[in-house]
Write a protein that binds this ligand. Structure first.
Ligand SMILES: Nc1ncnc2c1ncn2[C@@H]1O[C@H](COP(=O)(O)OP(=O)(O)OP(=O)(O)O)[C@@H](O)[C@H]1O
Ligand SMILES: [Mg+2]
Length: 333
């Protein structure tokens, strides 16, 4: 196996975030399920946007956030995702490249606009997402650069890729190339409703070994195994995957592997502002730990540190140097 050119390649829905702090009543009035990600059409997107207060806009997308976090930590990172060649698509492309990420996916010349997520942040810091996939729906297996996948130590895929119609083919192609080159494949389950839509397919990917390591939050884990009992779900996860990482908000995370089960506490925070990106940045820190050869405990600490930074401000992209934060806290970088 040749040395990897990239530490992690992320593949996901390229989405522009439009965030606003609001009250619980807004969610109720618009029939939104708090904490979830709902797919919306263009008409609903316009209606939600018109009723929102002044917003903060920035590039997002779950796997993209993770990849930007990895680059911020000092990893060699690349991303595949589809935008349209419109103004927001160009902004998106600029932002991810400026963060130090290699991003070469060809923008769509026609079809729907660059995808957007309308994110409502309630006073408790919880985020509720309404996503218009737009151009992300145009991602196909032709966008998977085989040489890039083969040159990446880890390929990181988001469960959300199961929503656009052609992206799952791209997902499966990338996983096959990665394994053919002796690399590792990671999946985040993304959202409990997403798991509900594709439960059998996700379980199949895990059991067939298409996925080597899996990230899930508690709700996604419970949805995957259709049980409200954490220990029952964790035991099943341990049987289904070599490495499973379950995040539990302020309770930190639990890592299950052939070596056993390790729990790592959350990193202390001063104030919870916006949970958007908590899971994404946790995955960035954890993967960074694996890239640097850290054990699961230190990888979990790096994940907790990166997540703690992102939840103390609006938006899912880091605002501080995670590398410096890790160094200050004696974690391997
Ligand atoms: N209140 C909190 N205090 C400290 N750390 C937290 C808190 N909430 C989340 N975190 C950190 O973020 C990680 C991921 O959080 P969580 O399990 O809520 O993921 P998530 O539900 O996928 O988040 P999101 O989808 O909103 O980005 C946790 O493992 C923890 O390290
Ligand atoms: Mg999440």
């Amino acid at each position: 196996m040749t040395a990897a050119k990239y530490d992690v390649l992320g593949i996901g829905n390229a989405i522009f975030d439009i965030l606003v702090q609001t009250d619980e009543g807004f969610l109720v009035r618009h029939g939104m399920t708090k904490g979830g990600m709902a797919l919306i059409d263009e008409e609903r997107a316009i209606a939600v946007y018109q009723s929102m207060g002044p917003a903060t806009e920035m590039s997002g997308g779950s796997a993209a956030n993770t990849i930007v976090g990895l680059a911020n930590l000092g990893a060699r990172a690349a991303y595949i995702g589809k935008v349209r060649d419109d103004q927001i698509g160009r902004l998106y492309t600029h932002d991810i490249r400026a963060a130090g990420v290699t991003f070469e996916t060809k923008a769509a010349a026609d079809g729907p606009a660059t995808g957007c997520s309308y994110i409502l942040v309630t006073p408790d810091g919880q985020r509720t997402m309404n996503t218009y996939l737009g151009a992300a729906q145009e991602l196909t297996s032709a966008d998977i650069d085989a040489a890039q996948v083969a040159a990446s130590a880890f390929t990181y895929l988001e469960g959300y890729l199961w929503d656009p119609k052609n992206a799952k083919e791209a997902f499966v192609k990338a996983a096959a190339i990665a394994h053919g080159a002796g690399r590792q494949v990671a999946l985040t389950l993304s959202d409990s409703f997403c798991v509900d839509r594709y439960r059998d397919e996700f379980l199949d990917l895990m059991r067939k070994g298409t996925i080597d390591l899996i990230f899930a939050n508690e709700a996604e884990l419970h949805s995957l195994y259709q049980t409200s009992d954490f220990d029952t779900a964790l035991t099943q996860l341990r049987e289904d995957t070599k490495l499973g990482i379950v995040t539990r908000s302020e309770k930190g995370c639990v890592v299950t592997s052939t070596d056993g089960v390790v729990a790592v506490p959350a990193f202390p925070i001063d104030r919870m502002v916006d949970t958007t990106g908590a899971g994404d940045l946790f995955a960035a820190g954890f993967l960074f730990g694996l890239v640097r050869g850290a054990g699961h405990e230190n990888a979990g600490r790096l994940g907790a540190l990166a997540a703690a930074e992102v939840i103390q401000h609006i938006g899912a992209r880091p605002q501080a140097s995670l590398k410096e934060l890790a160094q200050q806290n004696g974690l391997p970088v």
